[in-house]
Design a protein around this ligand. Structure first.
Ligand code: MN
Length: 153
């Protein structure tokens, strides 16, 4: 997310990895989401919605994001095994759900296809970075405008 989303952030996590990855992954997503939500403030001038398709060899990932103020996550895709890099693949879904809740954004995440879970995960996180970068850009044409007809997000 830092490389492909160009977000200037650092995340340091100390977790109960002796139990499993669950709380650490979930809490990283929540901390990241809270930081993004705080950084966006009243969202004045931002593009607000963006999406990205990112390939990784045979896998194709897609992420669409809307900083609507309404948390909702849809995560679809077939993982081929129960874990990738030692992390349960179900935790990948949980990461996106937790991020959406804390960042107060609508997030749609989809693995279109792929054979290798590492490639699928990589495609999704790169797509997340790109979509985040696109949605958080300040558009000069919108510089004084909150991007909602309601005037508040
Ligand atoms: Mn949980």
């Amino acid at each position: 997310m830092i490389v492909h989303g160009l977000l200037d952030l650092r995340l340091k996590a100390v977790g109960d990895l002796h139990v499993d990855y669950h709380h650490t992954v979930e809490d990283c997503a929540l901390a990241l989401g809270m930081a993004i939500n705080a950084a966006l403030g009243d969202k004045k001038g931002i593009v607000r919605m963006s999406s990205a398709h990112v390939p990784m060899d045979e896998a194709l990932g897609f992420v669409a994001i809307d900083f609507s103020g309404r948390p909702y996550a849809v995560v679809e895709g077939n993982w081929k095994s129960s874990a990738v890099g030692g992390i349960s693949t179900s935790l990948m879904d949980h990461f996106f759900e937790s991020l959406s809740a804390a960042a107060r954004c609508n997030l749609h995440v989809r693995i279109l296809y792929g054979r290798d879970d590492h490639h699928q995960a990589e495609a999704l996180f790169k797509a997340l970075g790109r979509a985040l970068d696109g949605a958080t850009q300040v558009d000069r044409r919108r510089s004084k405008i909150i991007p909602s007809t309601k005037g508040v997000i």
